[in-house]
Write a protein that binds this ligand. Sequence first.
Ligand code: C2E
Ligand code: CA
Ligand code: CA
Length: 383
Amino acid sequence: MSRRVLRRGEVLFCEHDSGKVAYLIEQGSVRVSIRREGEPLVLADLSSGDLVGEMAVIDDAPRTATATALEDTLLLVIDREHLAERIAQTDPVVRALLGGQLKRYRSMLAAVQGLEAPDAGAKVHEDVAAIAKIRLESQLREALERRELEMHLQPLFEIPQQRVAGYEALIRWRHPERGPISPAEFIALAEETSLIVPVGEYMLHEAIAALVAMRKRGMEPLPFVSINVSPRQLREARLIEQLLVWLKEADLPTSAVKLEITESQVLDYGLVSELLGKCRAHGIRVALDDFGTGFSNLSHLRELAFDTVKIDQAFVRDIETAPRAIAMLEAIVALVQAIGADALVEGIESQTQLDVLQRLGCRYAQGYLIGKPIPLAQVLEGR
Ligand code: C2E
Ligand code: CA
Ligand code: CA
């Protein structure tokens, strides 16, 4: 980073100059002003620690004001690329907010100067996407308040017993305009904000209510309900406490629920092992979800004692035709069993696939062959 020294009264840049760099004031002070009806109008006096000239660098427009040193001043020069890189890394919503504010400020300045507002231009694609995201997020918030989110249950088949031993709770959202939206889309959105916390709590609550209804319906032995927990929720200390309170209120055993944690990049060892410890102490089982995709990390299996490992459906997809696929599935199931966990394979759509699992001694199977996710009412009717 280079430096620049200005003498008192020296001009740093003028209105309409092109702005390739911004400055951080190290020592001294700078006056930012515009001309209005021929007279200078002071916008700000900036001093040590302030940025100057950053606007033009952010939106690549010409300078809208003139900057003059009020005393001998030392500046750090900040390259356009340096700022642009950081801005590119931020959340698109934050970028859209920044861009919007800047545009508004510029047209206000133009109005003060009696000039025509700079061309607002066509909305860039990114802006549109960011706004769509803000809209979807607020609709999700509303859906949550209006209880428009629904829980569906997908059967988990216990192979040696040849029975449905439990259900996975999967969230559903029927958007008023767009129809059903995939949880893959809106859960990711909720995870970017704290919205995942109330959404997750809602699902916990629905899962408990489902268990109560199943018990009332006389389902014996009572199936367990497996609930997806996002990494972000793990930071909420009260997750397990809340769950324990609700289980107790409903007079349900802790073995009636299971938690699923997705194997992801952000799997925080500290948080997950704390959760595992708490769950173990209370008899709540925990599954590692989506094992074998994306961020597969064998050290997760070594360091963290999950009760169940859910092997991703990618491993059964072409099991009928690809010998390598069978070999891999076999090895993964053996690995899971060797560390004393139960293996569950997801995405079972054919009898052949189920037969393979049975031969491998895999404990659970989940997939359309056994049953699709359905509303609680249908689970109860099936009795
Ligand atoms: P997941 O936890 O891996 O859930 C299994 C997904 O596979 C579900 O998709 C399910 O409908 C689908 N599936 C089940 N059997 C089959 C099959 O035989 N073939 C195929 N092709 N697909 C099958 P869904 O419901 O769209 O959920 C997608 C993801 O969204 C879930 O993946 C989970 O990561 C997330 N999710 C869903 N509900 C919740 C929730 O309440 N909380 C959180 N944090 N995440 C959730
Ligand atoms: Ca899951
Ligand atoms: Ca999964």
